[in-house]
Design a protein around this ligand. Sequence first.
Ligand code: SF4
Length: 232
Amino acid sequence: MFRNTIMQVSEIFYSLQGEGFLAGVPSVFVRLAGCHLRCKWCDTKYAWDQTAGMHYSIEKIVQTVQQTQSKFVVITGGEPMINIDLPQLAKSLKAPGKHITIETAGIAFIPDLACDLMSISPKLSNSIPAEPELAAIHEDSRLDTAVLRELIDNYKYQLKFVVDSRADLLEIQQTIEEIGNVDTEKVMLMPQAATRDELLAKSPMVADMCKSTGFAFGQRLQLMLWNNKRGT
Ligand code: SF4
């Protein structure tokens, strides 16, 4: 019955997972519309608006995903964890045996999701937007360590931190400390970049930070391979 639920979908496309421990794995991306965080360097601003994209029934989303034969599905956004229909969507995609990754900033907890990997990217102060009104909204909800702890306690997870400068490391370490119970082998640092050139420029700095801390270096294949072209 719930398969007729209508959701606002920014885009669905087949590509390689660009980030995280599954980087390089062919995957179908279901990008849901809506995110109020408005991060300064967000690379999917076109998905911020809750009305971005098109109406899809959950049944149509599943059919579209099934056309690719891919076992791996990434539900992303926007911020999928604020979508009230996410549990139904994840369950419907999981039913035909898919591996489900949910990409989130970790700002909301939903129990019992059909999720094989909770890919969490907690937002640091380097993501605060310049506009005062947006900054206030962003600061109000970008980081809730209690929510992050619930997510890592209840799901298989990875924690991806976006690094803009060396100064971010202290904040990352403090955040991990505040969350508590974090498996540091599941933490990765990714260069903040909007283009391939920026990625290459910042990668040595992040590589050094990884070597000094033991955190993994987080690839961003979508930049390396396609220079962040939409739908890739
Ligand atoms: S949480 Fe993600 S989708 Fe939302 S503004 Fe930040 S980077 Fe963009």
